[in-house]
Design a protein around this ligand. Structure first.
Ligand SMILES: Nc1ncnc2c1ncn2[C@@H]1O[C@H](COP(=O)(O)OP(=O)(O)OP(=O)(O)O)[C@@H](O)[C@H]1O
Ligand SMILES: Nc1ncnc2c1ncn2[C@@H]1O[C@H](COP(=O)(O)OP(=O)(O)OP(=O)(O)O)[C@@H](O)[C@H]1O
Ligand SMILES: [Mg+2]
Ligand SMILES: [Mg+2]
Lengths: 277, 277
C-alpha cells in the first residue's frame, strides 16, 4: 500500500509522521519504504542516510526518466548521442542508519524536478511508473511531500492509494484542509481513481483551549462528510519527537517508552498493519 | 525599506513575524505594508482581510503585468485584441481589519504565478517593478514568503533590501539555513546588489536543551561569518501568538501585555524604526 503524506501548510509534522509511522509499522514486522519527495531532504536526514555527489536519489531516477524519455532519432547518423540511461528506483534504495526500514533519499537538486517534469507527456504519472516495480516488495511505501501543492506532490497523489494529512492543532494549519481535500478529490477523479483519504492526523496536540477547539472543528468537518475521518489517535507535543530528529532516528528507536513513540504505535495499530498490493 | 521574510522550512513563523513585527512598527508610528506572497494567504487571513471573487490581489497585479506585457502587434489589423489591462499594485492595497497597517492580499490562484512568471523576460524583477511606485509611501514593506525557494520567493529577494529569516528552535529547521544563506548571497550577486541579511530570528523558543543547543549553534554559525547576525531578541513559544491568528489580528492587538507582544516589540526596537527609501 502506498501512502502519500501531504499538507501544503508548513511544519505540520509530515516528515515526523512518515518516519515514525513507518518505524512503528516496521516494529510490527512490516516491510516499509520511506520515499523522500522534499528537496529539503529532511526524511533522508531524519533516517541517517547520507547522500554524496554520486549517490543516486529520487531526483536521479526522475531526471533520468524525463531526459531518457526522448526516443532516439531513427533518422540520425549512426553513433549520435542518446538520452541519459534510465536509473531504476531500486538502485536508489538505501537502508536507514538506525531504523529497520528502507529509504529512497532526496537531495537539494530535487527542486528542479517540478520544471523538468513539466516537459514530458503524462507528467503526473512519472513517479507511479518508477514506483510500480518496487512497491510490490513492500507492505507500505510512505511518500513524504514538500509543503506546497506543486507537481511533485501531484505525482505522489497520482501514485498513492491512500492519503494521510498531518495537521498541527493550531488555527492557521486548519485553514488549508478544505483546499487540500478538494485537490485530493480532483486527483482521484482525473488521475487516480484508487486514491482515498486514510485520515487526518492531529499533531503537536497540547492541553490548550486552542488545540481542543481545532480538534473539535476538524472532527465535525470530517464526520459525515463522506470523505474520510480524523484518526482517533492524536500525537501529543513531545520533546522526544523533536530530539529524535537530532538523533537521526525514529522516536521509537530514540526513546521507545516516550509518549511520542507510544502515540505513533497507537496510530499504526489504528490504521492496521499494511498489506502488500 | 523592503524586508523579505523567508525560510523554505515550513512552519517556522514567517507569517507570524510579518504580521507582528509589522504591527510593532506600526505601534511605533511607522507606516507599514504587509504583502502576502503565499498562495495559502495566511497573512491575509491573520490581518482580517477578506477576498471575494473580484477583489484585486497580488496575483491580479502579477498576472495582468505578465499577460499585459505582450506588446500590441504593430502589423495586426485595426481593433485586434490587446493584452490585459495592467492593475497597479496601489489598487490592491487594503486596510487590515483590526491592525493599523495596510495589506496587499493573496489568494489561492497565486499558486499559478510561478509558472506564469517563467514566461516573461526579466521574470525575477516583475515584483520589484510593481512595488517601486508604492514602496516609497511606506516606512516598511514586509513580504511574507511561501515555504519553498521558488520563483515567488526569488522575486521577493530581488525586490527587497533586507532579509529576515524566522527559524524555529528545533533541529530540522536549522538544517536549511546554509542553503538559504547561499541563495540570498546568490541573489545579491546576480540580481540585487542591495540585498543583505537583516538577521535570523529564533522563534517558538522553549526552555529545553534542544532549543538552547539550536540557539547556540545558530549564533556560532553566524557570528564571525560576515553574513549577518542572529537577533538578540528571541520569540518565546506563547499561546497568545497562536490565538491571535484565530482572532485575526496581531498579538499586539489581541493580547497587548503578553510575552509574545513584548517580544515582537523588543524585536522592532532592536532592528530600529524603519526609514523610507
Ligand atoms: N508531536 C511533536 N512534538 C514535538 N515536536 C514535533 C512534533 N511533531 C513534529 N515536531 C517537530 O516540529 C518540527 C516540524 O515537523 P516536521 O518537520 O515533521 O513538519 P513538516 O510538515 O514535515 O515540515 P515541512 O512543511 O517543512 O516539510 C520538527 O522540528 C519536528 O521535529
Ligand atoms: N512564538 C510562537 N508561539 C506559539 N505559536 C506560534 C509562535 N510562532 C508561530 N506560532 C504558530 O505556529 C504556527 C506556524 O507559524 P506560521 O504559520 O507563522 O509559520 P510559517 O513559517 O508562516 O508557515 P508556512 O511555512 O506554512 O508559511 C501558526 O499556527 C502560528 O500561530
Ligand atoms: Mg517535511
Ligand atoms: Mg506562512
Amino acid at each position: 500500500m502506498i501512502y502519500a503524506i501531504v499538507n501544503q501548510k508548513g511544519g505540520t509534522g509530515k516528515t515526523t509522521t512518515a518516519v515514525n509511522l513507518g518505524a512503528a509499522w516496521a516494529e510490527m514486522g512490516a516491510r516499509v519504504l520511506v520515499l523522500d519527495l522534499d528537496p529539503q531532504a529532511h526524511a533522508t536526514l531524519h533516517l541517517s542516510v547520507t547522500v554524496q555527489e554520486d549517490t543516486p536519489t529520487i531526483y536521479t531516477a526522475l531526471h533520468n526518466d524525463v531526459m531518457g524519455r526522448r526516443l532516439p532519432d531513427p533518422l540520425a547518423p549512426a553513433g549520435a548521442a542518446r538520452g541519459e540511461e534510465a536509473v531504476a528506483l531500486a538502485a536508489c534504495i538505501r537502508r536507514a542508519g538506525k531504523d529497520a526500514l528502507d529509504v529512497v533519499p532526496a537531495s537539494l537538486d530535487l527542486a528542479q524536478a517540478d520544471l523538468e517534469l513539466n516537459m514530458v507527456f503524462d507528467r503526473e504519472r512519472r513517479l507511479a511508473r518508477l514506483l510500480a516495480p518496487v512497491a510490490a516488495e513492500y507492505d507500505a511505501v510512505l511518500l513524504d511531500c514538500p509543503p506546497y501543492l506543486g507537481l511533485l506532490t501531484v505525482t505522489a497523489l497520482a501514485a498513492a492509494q491512500r492519503v494521510i494529512v498531518p495537521l498541527s492543532a493550531d488555527f492557521l494549519s486548519m485553514q488549508g484542509l478544505r483546499a487540500l481535500v478538494r485537490t485530493v478529490l480532483q486527483v482521484s477523479s482525473d488521475l487516480n481513481y484508487r486514491l482515498a483519504l486514510e485520515g487526518v492526523l492531529l499533531t503537536r496536540v497540547e492541553r490548550t483551549a486552542m488545540a481542543r477547539a481545532v480538534e473539535a472543528d476538524v472532527r465535525k468537518a470530517l464526520d459525515g462528510s463522506g470523505v474520510g475521518r480524523a484518526f482517533q489517535t492524536t500525537i501529543p507535543k513531545n520533546v522526544d519527537i523533536a530530539e529524535a530528529a537530532a538523533n537521526r532516528s525514529s522516536v521509537l528507536v530514540y526513546s521507545p517508552r516516550s509518549q511520542g513513540a507510544e502515540a505513533y504505535r497507537a496510530l499504526a495499530q489504528e490504521i492496521g498493519r499494511p498489506r502488500r498490493g
